[in-house]
Write a protein that binds this ligand. Structure first.
Ligand code: ADP
Ligand code: GLC
Length: 496
């Protein structure tokens, strides 16, 4: 971990630029939106001057929370051998924070964010190079003089390199330091090498010392190599991605930056995820008075048309993208557990068509016990967190994971695999060394270990005082962004 810098230096006001392809509440496909949204809002709350750059998707331009959007600049971006025009719009959702939208309808006025539901858009390289260059052009025209430019995930990964190259070519300083955060190394932004010419970077950057990865162009690799610092979203994942098992082919590249790599845990937005104030719930509750949680439980079962369940019958919840990452296969391999025991299971998720069908089949096998909502549904995700007795997160890998932290806050002990951020945020209630401090149930990422975890959850549920203690410890855990953002402030200050 990084050392704490000189006292007070992190309190100095910094000009921070955050660049991401998603931002809660305006556009979200996963945790990246939550993380980028909360980090930038919290930094603004701490008094920093925060500018966020986001593609001007139609969904954002039309979003009811994005009020007062104004046209700010015209931009002309060199994309290979043509120039493409665009526009920058801006609004300010809170003091100290401005959100800039890089707009060009041809690229961002589409139904999906990254694809049409079946496939990714074929011109994604084009869309996100335009986006990164649009950010750089805005920094130049606005003369923002950023202290820190912080880029997130592959969509913004070309930014540090393009920015430094532009500074050199135009002899105009744009930012003191750049930082790149990997939210998921499995998504790299791999494109045919012919897309390279859109970057207008010199040919020497085409090769293996540049963006090339087995004959293709790899955006994420550029972020890892050319940012001043690289971070990822949990200490454990920072170690894991240096190994072939979790590095998705980039472990060697990561290893070259090991000294500049840090794992900083995400937090949760406690204004959105707090059972005491949650407006999505039929009743609110606190650790001191859990009566409302029982109301949510009844409401959840009813909403999914499941049989009522006495307090002795555990309700399991799961909310995730239905992809291999999330361990859906491990759940399916344990279908007997859900069919043969008197339990309930509530699943909210969409994604991979094959897994969607398999989960549909599972629910169809016991429609009164297993409820399924196959869509994006913010309100339902809150109801599952609140109305379940246990939350399932058997991920094969998990850079950080947010739902296990929401679960802790909602008194819903999570059942998680011992990987990435799950390892760093949940303590096992049965293991001898953590029994007294346990907040959930943890196990290895395989189907047998999940089965064992599920069995242990039944035993824990039958032992009401112990279950209540696990629940209470989870609810008392501070996973707020207030705390999480401080690690970034320390890091920024140290870099400066
Ligand atoms: P990832 O980013 O890998 O998908 P995270 O745990 O970091 O995983 O974040 C996922 C976020 O997306 C959480 O806020 C979760 O509640 C939300 N989410 C996932 N699937 C759905 C869904 N079907 N409906 C509503 N929210 C969802
Ligand atoms: C990614 C990861 C997830 C993480 C999120 C926010 O989508 O899969 O584990 O919580 O980014 O950092």
């Amino acid at each position: 971990m990084l050392e704490t810098p000189r006292k007070l230096s992190y309190l100095a006001v910094m000009k921070i630029v955050q660049v991401a392809s998603e931002l809660f509440p305006y556009v979200k496909t996963g945790g990246l939106a939550d993380a980028a949204g909360s980090l930038s809002a919290t930094l603004a709350g701490h008094g920093h001057n925060v500018s966020v750059f986001l593609p001007g998707y139609r969904a954002v331009l039309d979003h009811h929370d994005a009020s007062g959007i104004e046209r700010l600049l015209r931009i002309k971006i060199e994309m290979g051998d043509v120039f493409m025009s665009g526009e920058v719009r801006v609004f300010s959702p809170r003091p100290n924070q401005k959100i800039y939208l890089i707009c060009r309808d041809e690229l961002f006025d589409r139904k999906g964010v990254y694809g049409n539901g079946e496939r990714d858009y074929e011109d994604n390289y084009h869309r996100y190079i335009f986006f990164c260059k649009g950010v750089i052009e805005s920094l130049r025209q606005l003369n923002l003089q950023a202290d820190i430019v912080h880029a997130h995930d592959w969509q913004a990964a070309m930014l540090p390199l393009l920015l430094r190259y532009t500074e050199r070519r135009t002899a105009t300083p744009l930012a003191l330091k750049t930082i790149f955060t990997i939210h998921n190394i499995a998504f790299q932004g791999l494109f045919p090498m012919r897309s390279f010419h859109r970057t207008n970077l010199p040919d020497e950057l085409r090769g293996v010392d540049g963006v090339e990865y087995y004959g293709q162009m790899n955006f994420l690799k550029a972020g890892i190599l050319f940012a001043d610092r690289v971070t990822t979203v949990s200490p454990r994942y920072a170690q894991e991605i240096q190994t072939p098992e979790f590095g998705c082919g980039l472990d060697g590249v990561i290893a070259t930056r090991a000294e500049d790599l840090a794992g900083l845990l995400n937090g949760i937005d406690t204004t959105v995820w707090n059972p005491a104030t949650d407006t999505h719930l039929p009743a609110t509750y606190t650790a001191a008075d859990l009566a409302g949680k029982a109301t949510c439980r009844t409401g959840l079962l009813k909403k999914l048309k499941l049989d009522p369940a006495s307090p002795d019958i555990p309700v399991y919840g799961m909310v995730c993208r239905l992809t291999e990452q999330k361990g859906v296969q491990l759940l399916l391999a344990n279908r007997d557990f859900f069919l043969n025991n008197d339990v309930r299971l509530a699943i909210l998720g969409a994604g991979d068509k094959r897994l969607e069908q398999a989960v549909r089949d599972l629910a169809a096998a016991a429609p009164r016990k297993i409820g399924l909502a196959m869509r994006l549904d913010e309100a339902m995700s809150h109801l599952i967190e609140a109305g379940s007795d246990y939350f399932l997160m058997p991920s094969l890998f998990e850079p950080c994971g947010l739902n296990q932290m929401y679960s802790l806050a909602y008194g819903t002990p999570p059942l998680v695999t011992q990987v990435g951020g799950l390892h760093d945020t949940v303590r096992d209630a049965d293991a001898p060394d953590t029994a007294a401090t346990g907040t959930g149930i943890t196990f290895a990422p395989d189907a047998h270990a999940l089965r064992d975890g599920l069995r242990r959850s039944l035993a824990l549920f039958a032992d009401k005082p112990r279950h209540a203690a696990v629940q209470a410890r989870g609810m008392a855990t501070d996973n707020s962004w207030d705390k999480a953002a401080q690690s970034y402030e320390h890091l920024y200050a140290e870099m400066l």
